[in-house]
Design a protein around this ligand. Structure first.
Ligand code: BTN
Length: 266
């Protein structure tokens, strides 16, 4: 097992790359801890990191498999200077930041699947869950949660995930220092957010589009109310919403729900 002195120092000192870190050996969900801390006035940029999660959560009410000792599970408290309508775009900005940071540390090439998946060799390496924190009815903060599969071997994944998920170890055959990855990711997240606040979303979106794993490919969209839309992905529009063109030429804006590559398995 790789020695990660930076991880030990982060736990001891409560700081990584200049960001305050609340480290938990085991928790339900780092997003939930960070949401509670936000409501209690925790400082912006606080990072909540856990060794394992008993109730790690993903998008659409799914769970996030979070075994101990090998991966990254963390949430960051952000209070971006952006209007509420821009908050959903933060997931895309975060996806780009995650790609750039992991690529810098590993030399790998990563792709993105709208809205929040990082893909490596076509399998899911990481996911992002951004949750808005409302205080007195106003969206005042965003808790950005990231799960990144780092040093987990194939045996660490339950059978139903093995086909669809991967880790840095599985693909490269070697282990990575989580402290190095986490420091690179939180620094890049802040860089992309500052860019968003200062220069708008267009530059970020242009870079996101270059990594779009599903552009021009056949997709199935399972809508929230149980509908099925099949079509070809046109990628995200200028507001970050995914567009799908069906066989009749009708363009659908994906509002929520799930997309999968290829035709649906019925
Ligand atoms: C997804 O792909 O559906 C999003 C997964 C997000 C998982 C991370 S792990 C750390 C943070 N805490 C949570 O409960 N979820 C996020």
């Amino acid at each position: 097992m790789i020695i990660d002195e930076g991880w030990r120092m982060m736990i001891e000192q409560g700081v990584l790359a200049g960001f305050p870190v609340r480290y938990l050996e085991r928790t339900g969900s780092t997003n939930q801890v960070a949401i509670d801390m936000t409501k209690n006035g925790a400082p912006t940029d606080t990072v909540v990191a856990a060794e394992s999660q008993a109730g790690g959560r993903g998008r659409l009410g799914r769970s996030w498999h979070s075994p101990a000792g090998s991966n990254l599970y963390f949430s960051m408290i952000l209070r971006p200077a952006l209007p509420p309508e821009d908050l959903p775009k933060i997931t895309l900005a975060a996806g780009l930041a995650l790609c750039l940071a992991v690529e810098k540390v590993t030399d790998l090439s990563l792709m993105l699947k709208w809205p929040n998946d990082l893909l490596l060799d076509g399998r899911k390496l990481a996911g992002i869950l951004a949750e808005t924190v409302n205080i007195k009815g106003e969206p005042t903060a965003v808790v950005l949660g990231v799960g990144l599969n780092v040093n987990a071997g194939a045996a660490a994944f339950p059978a139903d995930l093995r086909e669809r998920a991967t880790s840095l170890l599985i693909v490269t055959g070697h282990e990575y220092r989580r402290s190095e990855l986490l420091a690179a990711i939180v620094s890049e997240l802040k860089r992309q957010l500052r860019r968003f606040e200062r220069s708008g979303f267009n530059g970020i979106l242009a870079e996101w589009r270059k990594r779009d794993a599903t552009l021009g490919r056949e997709l199935t969209w399972l809508t929230r109310n149980g509908g099925i839309v099949r079509g070809v992905s046109l990628g995200p529009d200028d507001s970050g919403q995914l567009l799908i063109k069906d066989a009749d030429g009708k363009i659908h804006e994906v509002l929520s729900g799930d997309i999968s590559l290829g035709p649906v398995h019925e």
